[in-house]
Design a protein around this ligand. Sequence first.
Ligand code: AP5
Length: 211
Amino acid sequence: MIIVLLGPPGAGKGTQGERIAERLGIPKIATGDVLRDAIRNGTEQGLAAKAYMDRGDLVPDSVILGIMKDALSAPATARGAILDGVVRTVPQAEGLTSLVASLGRKVDKVLLFDIGDDELVKRLSGRTVCDKCQTPYRDREPGTTCPKCGGTLVRRPDDEPEAIRTRLAVYRAQTEPVIKWAREHDLDVREIDATGDLDDITDRAMKALDK
Ligand code: AP5
């Protein structure tokens, strides 16, 4: 089962993606996490992506489609995958659709996270993430220890106010058109209310996925 998570920055795609992946027993792949790993490891891909990411812009489509090809051809995703933040432009949606078709698979569902801008800004400006396992937290200070893996919690450079503004504008201009594209191309788009209690949102997501 291939599930695409779509929604603005801070909507909880990473948080819920992890939970959905666990419930369905398939891996979660987040292009943002892959790129941050590449930056940490100082690879060529990471160096090329860093400037775009830090200011809140999108990384070029060709880079994203390369990551997707590697991920979806790997044995780990043979039973399916949760794709978190992978599709952010119409060319990426087109590329992913042809990629999965060439692998004899299809995108089963698109889960759209619905949430207002005020809540997004509040979540992103209060977020810390583990520098090792990338788990996002709220109400935990930078410099404290990740309870999951022992890494250190940090603020993401793109969670600074200026970058948050850019990311929201980029989402409106480049990612929202993907929703229309998906509906016009008969993808099964299911929308969920992404506000409130974490467990309630996971339940809503599972129900929307018919699970
Ligand atoms: P990426 O890492 O994917 O960032 P994003 O889409 O901006 O999403 P976030 O990770 O900020 O938010 P989220 O929706 O996962 O929310 P989270 O669960 O953390 O991408 C970063 C950058 O990489 C992009 O800007 C771009 O440059 C590049 N990139 C990545 N993919 C790309 C692509 N396909 N094409 C081009 N470029 C790409 O939750 C947010 C916070 O809220 C956390 O603190 C969390 O604890 C808290 N929270 C979660 N749920 C709740 C709740 N119910 N109530 C209260 N707080 C909550």
